[in-house]
Design a protein around this ligand. Structure first.
Ligand code: NAP
Length: 245
């Protein structure tokens, strides 16, 4: 049984390692966005795009893939739709591994928006010192906000266009509540922007913002393809695979 895991998340790595440990042949696919990605300890890895849904379908057929698992980030919308289309074309069963989104707790001051552009429109009314944790790829949406100061946290360094008044922290999760409290305090952050990734590794910033009474702009998830079975954890995905053998 050859399983292709579309990766780029902690869950994808956990899943690839669990499937490899159970003796399946696993290939993890990464887009190649991060210079030094964390790789699963087990299985094969390939890096780079497939060339759309048709290219992915071709790869599934050529590599005799039996099961496709879309374990990409909930905000990686294109590859998820490509996976659904390619699975249809190549007649390969598809499972999505998608962790649930975050839910607000009492005391949270969340402002839900549908895009980074909408987040940028909301910001001037909410604060002037912004902690931006939406990744380095979408900074152009905030580049015109020259009155605001930004603390941008990303794995690799941002490239222009980006906000003119900006400091960068190069880091990747998991983050701790103490660390997030300290970051907010040291930089006098008064508003946080995040995508609803749902990841445990990056959730402590939400608790730190709640404690400090800081508003949070939460970008809702983009639509995902319909009709694809979803597992919420790597364990559920392993059970789904085992049930198909
Ligand atoms: P995207 O917009 O959905 O995909 C753009 C293109 O990148 C796809 O059409 C595909 O190219 C290629 N691609 C994406 N994921 C791939 C994978 N796992 N393996 C091979 N090719 C892939 O994706 P994105 O938002 O740029 O994210 C890229 C990767 O970073 C994803 O794998 C995702 O899991 C990870 N990631 C994304 C975010 C985020 O906020 N978007 C956050 C953390 C991690 P072809 O059409 O040529 O096949």
């Amino acid at each position: 049984m050859h399983i292709l895991v579309l990766g780029g998340t902690t869950e994808a790595r956990t899943l690839a390692e669990a499937l490899h440990a159970r003796g399946y042949r696993v290939t993890t696919s990464l887009a190649g966005r991060v210079a030094a990605p964390r790789l699963p300890r087990g299985g094969e890895v390939r890096i780079g795009g497939f060339g759309g849904a048709e290219g992915l379908a071709e790869w599934l057929r050529g590599q005799h893939v039996d099961v496709l698992i879309d374990a990409t980030h909930p905000f990686a919308g294109t590859i998820s739709f490509n996976a659904a289309h390619a699975a249809d074309l190549a007649h390969v069963p598809l499972l999505a591994l998608r962790r649930p989104g975050w839910a607000p707790s009492p005391g949270d001051d969340w402002h839900l928006v549908d895009s980074l552009e909408e987040a940028s429109r909301a910001l001037p009314g909410l604060g002037s010192r912004v902690f931006l944790t939406t990744g380095r790829m979408g900074l152009a949406a905030f580049a015109h906000l020259d009155e605001l100061w930004f603390l941008v946290r990303s794995v690799d360094g941002p490239e222009p266009p980006h906000p003119p008044r900006m400091e960068t922290v190069l880091d990747r999760g998991p983050f701790t509540l103490d660390g997030e409290r300290e970051l907010l305090r040291r930089h006098r952050v008064d508003v946080l922007v995040t995508k609803d990734s749902g990841a445990a590794a990056t959730a402590p910033k939400l608790a730190a913002a709640r404690e400090a009474g800081i508003p949070v702009v939460v970008v809702r998830r983009p639509p995902a393809p319909e009709g694809v079975p979803v597992a919420e954890t790597a364990e559920e995905a392993v059970a789904w695979v085992a049930a198909r053998v």
